[in-house]
Design a protein around this ligand. Structure first.
Ligand SMILES: [Zn+2]
Length: 321
């Protein structure tokens, strides 16, 4: 009997862990207070799959997200403006507001620095569309350096739809690192198409004429769910390019834009608490090299726990608690 219960619990843990939603339908932005299982969460999306209704939920204190059956919760619908008002003292809304406060520049809007004066960085790795293989050396190096210090080591991956479609093996390899508890990955929406053209920044990336934001944001989330990835509350602008109006639109999806104050390939040096950006899609050799070099120079500090990797969610929770 006990054994059966044990097996059941293992199956249950696996279900909530990595469920692949193959036939997501009626995927909608749908804000609601969701109360249930002793928690008060914010639902940001609703959808059906296998004839059941699901919610994508965010914990406004910890910024953690999860997908759960809708009938585990009682919900009351909200406009996004009401979410901002009702939850104004939470890390979630404070993060949204901090990101909006920096929306005037064409590049690097959003939160670009996670925890002031902490010993370490938050690592973000962008997977823009690419014909080249994943730079697995980044992930292997992080694991090797941090395995006795922080396991699983936290990092964030900004994933584009077109990358996921072309790199199933690499994606499965990343998921296997999570399953083995080697890495703890926060999955960040990096748009479905990640369009890039030859026009000036003001008409490039998401600012390109004809961009359909619902496709870029929601279709990418659906593809993440199909691949067993839980979308986080974070969003990274392709090219880090945005303007005030598009930042507002992205935030109205309930997403927090994440910039970077240390794009290594551009020669920006990380400070304490930096959000570091490298590309892991095979197209940024120099950024990867710089990062491996950075790990080498910090080896002693890592061993002495004087240089850590921070989880994006925990970092913002701490900054805005
Ligand atoms: Zn990108």
């Amino acid at each position: 009997m006990k054994f059966k219960l044990f097996i059941f619990l293992i199956c249950l843990a696996h279900l909530s862990f990595a469920q692949n939603f193959n036939d997501v339908k009626r995927y909608k932005v749908n804000f609601a207070i969701a109360t249930g299982l002793n928690q008060k969460l914010i639902a940001t999306r609703s959808f059906t799959a296998n004839n059941q209704k699901y919610l994508l939920l965010v914990n406004p204190e910890t910024l953690d997200t999860k997908v759960d059956l809708a009938n585990n919760y009682s919900t009351s619908s909200l406009q996004f403006q009401n979410v901002l008002a009702i939850f104004k003292n939470t890390a979630y809304v404070k993060s949204i507001e901090a990101a909006a406060a920096k929306d005037l520049q064409l590049q690097n809007a959003g939160i670009d620095h996670a925890i002031p004066n902490e010993k370490g960085i938050t690592l973000t790795i962008d997977l823009c569309p690419s014909h080249k293989a994943l730079d697995r050396v980044i992930f292997q190096s992080v694991f090797d350096e941090f395995k006795k210090i922080e396991q699983p080591a936290p990092l964030a991956i900004s994933v584009s739809g077109k990358w996921m479609l072309k790199h199933q093996d690499d994606l499965n390899w990343l998921k296997s690192l999570v399953e083995k508890k080697e890495l703890n990955i926060t999955w960040v929406n990096h748009t479905y198409n990640h369009e890039v053209n030859k026009l000036p920044l003001a008409e490039n990336f998401l600012l390109a004429p004809g961009t359909n934001l619902d496709v870029e944001v929601l279709e990418n989330e659906k593809l993440m769910l199909k691949n067993g990835l839980t979308p986080s509350v974070f969003f990274r602008f392709p090219g880090l390019v945005s303007d005030k109006s598009i930042v507002e639109k992205i935030e109205a999806y309930g997403l927090i834009p994440i910039g970077s104050d240390a794009w290594l390939a551009k020669g920006q040096q990380p400070n304490a608490g930096s959000i570091v950006l490298i590309h892991g899609n095979g197209n940024e050799e120099i950024g990867v090299k710089d990062f491996i070099q950075l790990l080498k120079t910090k080896q002693a500090d890592v061993k002495n726990k004087q240089w850590l990797l921070f989880d994006l969610r925990a970092g913002l929770e701490k900054e805005f608690e």
